[in-house]
Design a protein around this ligand. Structure first.
Ligand code: NAD
Length: 302
């Protein structure tokens, strides 16, 4: 199988930028598409944010290697240009089905017909997005976890119409960019990982909203009781408040909708988690936790 050497990522936010760097650091040529030059300009700051983690977390890190990775990345606001040389496409735009459909229609209209097409959607199934993908037989999910360089899982998941060789190609690409790839054998919301952790996340959100504990008590009880390195509340910070706002804003459970409003506090403050240096906790520049944020008070004080 020929290597997929050129990656295009649609949406250069929290996950898109991490995926771009993961691939570029592994030697791939990367194009990032976003809706404005202003947004694309913020990537420089994201690289410097990631550089500190790569330096801290990855054996064999050198600034030279990181700079070479940056030099393999280009950006564009043209869908057509973004697709021109792509061997594989990863869509990482916000978790909104209508928006994803619109983008995939745009992609399909100018798709030169060569690339493997994937979505990084956390919640939506490939079969829910596929109706707007013209070459849906070449379309599947490739789902990453935040802090890709450390939590290097890649979950692939097809829909009924996905050609089997597409999943083989995704597996090979994933390995080449240093992921451990898990092929999810049936379409399921949340893949293997999120299907297990989302119930925990929802429960942590409910415990907070119902005033059962402070966010730190909820987090620490989990860590202490399971001798675990991270707690569930840490996930809100590492994945970022935007994701949980989008997932919970329309949930049928009123407690989770209320939690989406709590996420709005951080979003309005521009402090949405680890990426901004503050979420429920505060962080040093190298990502070490430094204390409790006071932007989200215990619910009984709100
Ligand atoms: P984000 O809000 O940080 O980034 C989204 C990016 O998409 C932004 O740069 C935005 O400008 C851009 N965008 C908006 N509309 C667009 C359009 N029409 N075309 C192209 N780009 C557009 O979101 P995120 O956290 O990176 O999440 C992106 C996707 O990744 C979602 O589907 C989410 O479920 C999934 N995901 C997120 C995480 C996580 O931990 N954050 C983990 C795994 C998967």
């Amino acid at each position: 199988m020929t290597a997929l050497s050129s990656l295009t990522v649609f949406g250069t936010g929290v996950m898109g930028s991490q995926i771009m760097m993961q691939a570029a650091y592994a030697g791939k040529t990367v194009v990032g598409y976003d809706i404005s030059d202003e947004i694309l300009e913020t990537l420089e700051g994201r690289w410097e944010w990631m550089r500190r983690f790569y330096r801290r977390d990855l054996a064999g890190f050198t600034d030279k290697k990181f700079d070479e990775a940056i030099s393999r990345i280009t950006t564009t606001t043209s869908v057509k240009n973004a697709l021109a040389a792509a061997d594989i496409v990863i869509e990482a735009v916000p978790e909104n089905l209508e928006l994803k459909h619109k983008l995939w229609e745009q992609i399909s209209a100018v798709d030169p017909g060569h690339a493997i097409l994937t979505t990084n959607s956390s919640y939506f199934l490939p079969s829910e997005i596929a109706p707007s993908v013209r070459r849906s037989n070449r379309f599947a999910a490739l789902h990453f976890a935040t802090r890709v360089w450390l939590a290097n899982i890649g979950e692939s998941m097809g829909h009924d119409g996905t050609d089997p060789d597409v999943l083989d190609a995704i597996a090979q690409f994933g390995e080449e960019i240093n992921l451990r790839v898990f092929r999810v054998r049936k379409e399921v919301r949340g893949y293997l990982l999120n299907a297990q952790i989302v119930p925990l996340i929802k429960e942590a959100a409910r415990l907070y909203v119902n005033g059962v504990g402070t966010f730190d008590e909820i987090n620490e009880s989990f860590k202490v009781g399971l001798a675990a390195p991270t707690g569930v509340v840490d996930t809100f910070d590492s994945a970022g408040f935007n994701v949980f706002h989008d997932i919970f804003a329309n949930d049928e459970d009123p407690s989770l909708r209320e939690f989406a409003n709590v996420m709005k506090i951080g979003i309005a403050n521009g402090k949405t988690g680890l990426g901004d240096g503050e979420g429920f906790y505060t962080y040093a520049e190298d990502g070490r936790k430094t204390g409790l944020s006071n932007q989200i008070p215990p619910v009984w004080e709100i």
